[in-house]
Design a protein around this ligand. Structure first.
Ligand code: ATP
Length: 215
């Protein structure tokens, strides 16, 4: 069975840094499908500025432009904090032998030991770590050990087992972040060329990220 990619995030909003990473990995890893999984209530950070319904609309608009990209709403529907381990357990139950590739940026990977039941994650999925500007792979500590045990450069290894390997892969570095985009929009600037036009239109039409007084 062909591998599927799972790309979770707050996506507040989704931008070309996310989409280019997803696109490059979708092709490089020969994934059957890439699932964008918006977090409902992320456990490790402030609540998203934009509500789940509008983040979902932006993700759907972005995913509609690329065959193979799908939006998985399960974390928005689930009550309580959005734990990745819960999502992976559900996906694993749905497809017991299918390779699952959890895609994370290097910044997110460096925070993995703070995730709920993080030791379970490599048992449920492969980890695909995309290089981002300013972060390097750890050489020691629990993540250094994990990499020493499980790292592979070979895409075939991700297809040969349902879970358990770690693949660190450079992607085109785009210095775009949702934080910077929100600040730019709040300041009254146009986010054009940093995210898809369809996403920009939703931001404009719904007024999310605008200062409440100007909505
Ligand atoms: P924020 O600025 O609000 O923290 P973000 O832009 O980092 O948001 P998230 O939704 O938190 O976006 O990130 C989801 C995933 O996308 C994470 O694994 C993160 O590492 C990755 N990611 C975010 N921006 C980029 C980028 N420019 N290039 C590659 N990966 C990215």
């Amino acid at each position: 069975m062909t591998a599927i990619g799972i790309f979770g995030g707050t996506f507040d909003p989704i931008h070309y840094g996310h989409l280019r990473t997803a696109f490059e990995l979708f092709h490089a890893l020969r994934l059957a499908e890439l699932r964008l999984v918006p977090a409902g209530r992320p456990p490790h950070r402030d609540a998203p500025l934009c509500d789940g319904g509008r983040r979902l609309a932006m993700l759907r608009a972005a995913a509609a432009e690329q065959p193979g990209f799908v939006v998985d709403e399960r974390e928005l529907r689930r009550a309580g904090p959005s734990y990745t381990v819960t999502t992976l357990r559900e996906l694993r139950a749905e497809a017991p032998s299918r390779p699952l590739c959890l895609i994370v940026g290097m910044d997110a990977f460096l925070g993995l030991p703070q995730w709920h039941e993080w030791r379970e994650i490599p048992r449920l999925a492969h980890l695909v770590v995309a290089h981002r500007p300013g972060s390097t792979a750890p050489a020691d500590g629990p993540l250094g050990e994990l990499l020493a045990e499980r790292a592979t450069q070979r895409v075939e290894d991700l297809h040969a087992a349902p879970a358990g390997r770690i693949h660190v892969r450079p992607v085109t570095q785009l210095e775009v972040s949702s934080t910077a985009l929100r600040a730019l929009i709040v300041a009254g600037h146009d986010p054009r060329y940093l995210l898809p036009d369809a996403v920009r239109a939703i931001i404009r039409d719904t007024g999310c990220y605008q200062h409440p007084a100007t909505r």
